[in-house]
Design a binder for this molecule. Structure first.
Ligand code: NI
Length: 177
């Protein structure tokens, strides 16, 4: 596995709607290596999620993982590593959750985004197996952040409050994706 460089805001790939990943592509060693590298990169950068766009590949794939020992965030939420390919999301309720977020592609800033409290997620795993689940709380927020990336958006596009400079890692950091 290789740690890839995370592209930063200003790179056009972050403003591109990522392409569906076909079964053939997903089965290729190139895309399987990409997924391995995304996981390695997410862990190395200390993120809880990463989209393929963030390593410069415009395919609809993201990874998410929260390890309690590795991150300071509110509550004991631990999210095992999940890979989602071609995610489709149906949100529930209103944008009522005020979520303080930051992004590996926008280092040094954070800001509050209004997120949906829950959603239904349909995707496949890295083997192409169909997965459907309902998520709420932190996992639902991470999914919204990552699917935004795959649609060419970053959290700065929909801030509720102005961002502030991150000066301390002692604050809860629930949305670092
Ligand atoms: Ni992000």
């Amino acid at each position: 596995m290789t740690i890839r460089r995370v592209v930063r805001l200003g790179h056009p790939v972050l403003r591109t709607v990522a392409s569906e990943c076909s079964k053939v592509e997903l089965g290729s060693s190139e895309v399987q290596r990409l997924i391995d590298d995304m996981v390695e990169t997410m862990r190395d950068y200390g993120g809880v999620g990463i989209a393929a766009s963030q390593v410069g590949i415009s395919l609809r794939i993201f990874a998410m993982e929260v390890r309690v020992d590795g991150f300071k965030h509110p509550g004991p939420t631990e999210i095992p590593l999940e890979i989602h390919v071609n995610p489709e999301v149906w949100t529930e309720g209103e944008r009522s959750v005020m979520s303080p977020e930051d992004c590996l592609s926008v280092p040094g800033f954070r800001g509050v985004v209004a997120r949906y409290p829950a959603l239904r997620l349909k995707s496949t795993d890295r083997s192409g197996n169909f997965v459907e689940q309902r998520l709420e709380g932190l996992p639902a927020i991470i999914v919204q952040h990552e699917v935004d990336h795959l649609n060419g958006h970053v959290y700065l596009d929909c801030l509720v409050s102005s961002s502030e400079r991150t000066t301390s890692f002692n604050q809860p950091r629930p949305g670092m994706c």
